[in-house]
Structure formats: structure tokens, C-alpha cells
Design a binder for this molecule. Structure first.
Ligand code: CTP
Length: 414
């Protein structure tokens, strides 16, 4: 088991931290650490001027990812920062007068300003500059422009500045910045009132100490759902069959091997959950007897393995539910919708996510998937081929809207 629930919306969120060329750039180091402490995944973007004050290496070591500094340098971090859905919030701290001007005008001559134009997520900026600059009509005008566009601009504080002046221009306090980022993310915390139990991956049913029966599931879909639910504020318990994937941050992960172990782990946690999402590809049959020692060929040319059925975990839990919402998956290769509809009914589900595992570009092991969501009340929602992480969000939105009574927009920050 790992991970604990935090009361903020920052947990699991992807924060792009922009650092511009102010003497206060060193304060972004402490800010980065604080964001990480709150469970955020932070990517740092520095302007060239910022690199004169603090080296990118410092941020690289502390963030654990490459720092984006050059628009013409191609690396993974750069690529994801310019894809709108890959960032949940942009925080620019410290923000110089030069940055405010470029952002207000929509200039895009470096990584940070380019990213600002491509993203649609909330943006928080914390300016820091000399007092005379902060009150200059040009800066005032740019700040007004940014605020009118929905950017959260945190007023700098009054105090001694690098110039020797005592005036308004100091980067505002860390707690205030974190609270502003948290508040900006609140709208994305619509699952904060839910405890979600997710299953993922295949199961392995042992034949003997070296062999087992299993299937092609990678666990990617279930892990993506666990990650998305956590990022939207839910408390998440993930029961995972064998998978090479790492536990998503902030998610309590229980690892199992067999269908029986999965059933046991899910049963133990079902009562406490509010939503069960059964994405695991559970074996339907297991060898009747597990051989104590490795089965030998001994010149045989044929071998018959006797199998017995496993428990249908989803059907069993659905029958035991008190108030839980129960969501299943249907992995099909033909007549996808009618098979899914049958399972929805037979297992007494609220929702089923049907997918054709033979489709090109989707299915087992792939990073993408397409699905059709069917509800017990007759709604049908087709979701085209998209990354599994995005599909996970679409599934959660459908569960929220179709089963949990629509969106909840406020976030608990007790
Ligand atoms: N499931 C389960 N326990 C099982 C088998 C399946 O809980 N022993 C769940 C899966 O996690 C999934 C749903 O039931 O959410 C449908 O699984 P799927 O493999 O698509 O169908 P089955 O019910 O196993 O039926 P079939 O193999 O005949 O398609």
C-alpha cells in the first residue's frame, strides 16, 4: 500500500512552472519543492534570462525531468509542454515585466510564451520586479489585459527590493502562490467526494511453478482511470494484476496475481468505496489443480489441462452493493455493442465501457483506445480513438454525469 490522501487539488496534477529572469528566480526552487510535496508533477520552463540567475540543472535535479529552455531544442518534455491536454495548470513565478508584456500581447518567441498560447488550462502568474516598474502604466495595462483574459495575477508584496527600494514588487509568499494554484485547479476536482475502487491488468492462473494462464491485458486502461480519478480529487484504491506499470502517485495500490486474490482484495475494499470500475481482464477459467512441481514432457505429444471457472467478481460485487455505482468493461472482438448490452444487464451494472480489442491502434497493450459507454438507463456515448489517459477522463465524466448526478465543481480544501 502506498499514498495518502491530501486535502488539496494539487495531488497528481501536472504543473508547468515558468521561471523568468528576475532576481527572485531562486525562490522558484523552493516553490518547485513545495509543489512536489503537495503531490504535483512539475515540469519547469525557463526563459534564457532566468538561466542567468539559476541553472537549469538545479531545476532538473529537483523536478526529475529535463527543463525546457530553448524553443528549437527537441526533447520529450518540450513536446508535452506544447500539447494542451498535457498540462493542468501553468504557474509563472517569478514573472518579469517583460514576460507580462509578451504574454499580454500574445508574443511567442520562447518556450514559455509559446506554451501559453497553446494551452487552455488555468494560468497563474506571480510578478516580481522593481517598484517603479510595477506601477508603470504599461505594466498596469498588461496586467489588466491578462486579468481580463482570466489569468490569475498575484499582486507582488511590499518590502525591500534588490534595488534597495522599499516598494511593492517582491514575489508574493509561497503559501499564497500554492493556494492560488490550488484554487485554479478546483474546477478539475469534481471527484473529491468519491472513493473509487479500480481493478486493472490481467490475472495469472498458475499451472505449475513455472507456467500460468493469462491474457494480453497490460493494465494501461485501469491505471489511467486510477490516475485520472486521483487527479480529479478522488480517493483511489487500485487492485492490479501483474503489470509493469508503476503505481500512480497518491493511489493506494494492491498487487495481486490470481483471480481469487483479485476477488479477495476487491471484496475487502468494496464496502468502503462509492464507485467500482472493473477494468481488469480477469481470467474466466483456471487450472483445476496447480502442480506442485514443474510438469514434465516425458515424451507426451498431447496434453489436456483441466480447467474450472473462476468467480465472476463483477457480478458478485454488483449483487452485494449497497449504494455503490458499479462500472464494468466489455472486451469484445465481434458484436461489441450487443455483447456489452448483455453483460450490462446480466451483471446488473450501472454502466459498461465496451471496446473492440481487435481495432487498429487500440485494444490491449496500446496507448490509445476507443470505446462506447452504455448505461443501464439506455444512454449511449461513443468515444473515438484517443489516448487512454484522455479516455479515462471521458469515462469518469460519463460516470459523474450519468450516475452521480452531474458535475460537482467545488473542491474540498479542509
Ligand atoms: N469480470 C470479472 N470476473 C471475471 C470475469 C470478468 O469481474 N471472472 C469482469 C471484467 O473485469 C469486466 C467484465 O466482467 O469488467 C466483463 O469481462 P469480459 O472479459 O469482457 O467478459 P466476461 O464476463 O468474462 O464474458 P466473456 O468472456 O464470455 O466475454
Amino acid at each position: 500500500m502506498d499514498g495518502a490522501r491530501l486535502s488539496t487539488c494539487l495531488w497528481g496534477k501536472r504543473v508547468a512552472l515558468g521561471v523568468t529572469g528576475s532576481i527572485a528566480a531562486y525562490k522558484a526552487i523552493s516553490l518547485l519543492r513545495a509543489l512536489k510535496r503537495e503531490g504535483a508533477v512539475v515540469s519547469v520552463v525557463m526563459t534564457q534570462a532566468a538561466t542567468k540567475f539559476v541553472t537549469p540543472l538545479t531545476f532538473e535535479v529537483l523536478s526529475g525531468t529535463r527543463v525546457a529552455t530553448d524553443l528549437f531544442e527537441a526533447h520529450e518534455e518540450m513536446a508535452h509542454l506544447t500539447i494542451p491536454e498535457q498540462v493542468d495548470v501553468v504557474l509563472v513565478a517569478p514573472a518579469t515585466a517583460n514576460f507580462l508584456a509578451k504574454a499580454a500581447l500574445g508574443l511567442a518567441d520562447d518556450v514559455l510564451t509559446t506554451m501559453l498560447l497553446s494551452t487552455r488550462c488555468p494560468v497563474v502568474v506571480a510578478p516580481a520586479m522593481d517598484g517603479d516598474m510595477w506601477i508603470h502604466p504599461t505594466v498596469v495595462h498588461h496586467v489588466q489585459t491578462l486579468k481580463a483574459r482570466g489569468v490569475v495575477v498575484l499582486e507582488p508584496e511590499v518590502g525591500p527590493l534588490a534595488s534597495g527600494q522599499v516598494a511593492q514588487g517582491r514575489l508574493c509568499g509561497e503559501a499564497k502562490i500554492l493556494a492560488a494554484v490550488d484554487a485554479a485547479l478546483a474546477a478539475q476536482c469534481d471527484w473529491h467526494d468519491q472513493v473509487v475502487l479500480v481493478s486493472a491488468g490481467p490475472t495469472q492462473e498458475p499451472i505449475d511453478p513455472v507456467r500460468f494462464l493469462s491474457n494480453r491485458s497490460s493494465g494501461k486502461m485501469g491505471y489511467a482511470i486510477a490516475e485520472a480519478a486521483r487527479a480529479r480529487g478522488a480517493e483511489v484504491i487500485l487492485v492490479s494484476g501483474p503489470s509493469f506499470l508503476n503505481s500512480p502517485p497518491g493511489v493506494t495500490t494492491i498487487r495481486v496475481n490470481t483471480a481469487a486474490e483479485m476477488a479477495d482484495a476487491l471484496c475487502r475494499n468494496f464496502r468502503a468505496c462509492t464507485v467500482l470500475i472493473m477494468a481488469a481482464a480477469v481470467a474466466d477459467f483456471r487450472p483445476k489443480d496447480e502442480a506442485e512441481h514443474k510438469i514434465k514432457k516425458q515424451g507426451k505429444v498431447e496434453m489436456v489441462l483441466e480447467l474450472e471457472s473462476t468467480t465472476d467478481i463483477l457480478a458478485m460485487l454488483s449483487a452485494q452493493r449497497t449504494s455503490q455505482i458499479v462500472v464494468g468493461f466489455a472486451a469484445e472482438t465481434e458484436q461489441v455493442l450487443s455483447h456489452a448490452q448483455d453483460k450490462l444487464r446480466a451483471k446488473g451494472l450501472d454502466l459498461i465501457v465496451a471496446n473492440d480489442v481487435t481495432q487498429e491502434g487500440g485494444g490491449f497493450g496500446s496507448d490509445d483506445n476507443a470505446a462506447v459507454i452504455l448505461s443501464a438507463t439506455g444512454e449511449q456515448r461513443a468515444l473515438g480513438l484517443m489516448p487512454k489517459r484522455r479516455l479515462a477522463d471521458e469515462i469518469l465524466t460519463a460516470v459523474r454525469e450519468l450516475c452521480l448526478g452531474g458535475p460537482r465543481r467545488e473542491c474540498v480544501t479542509e
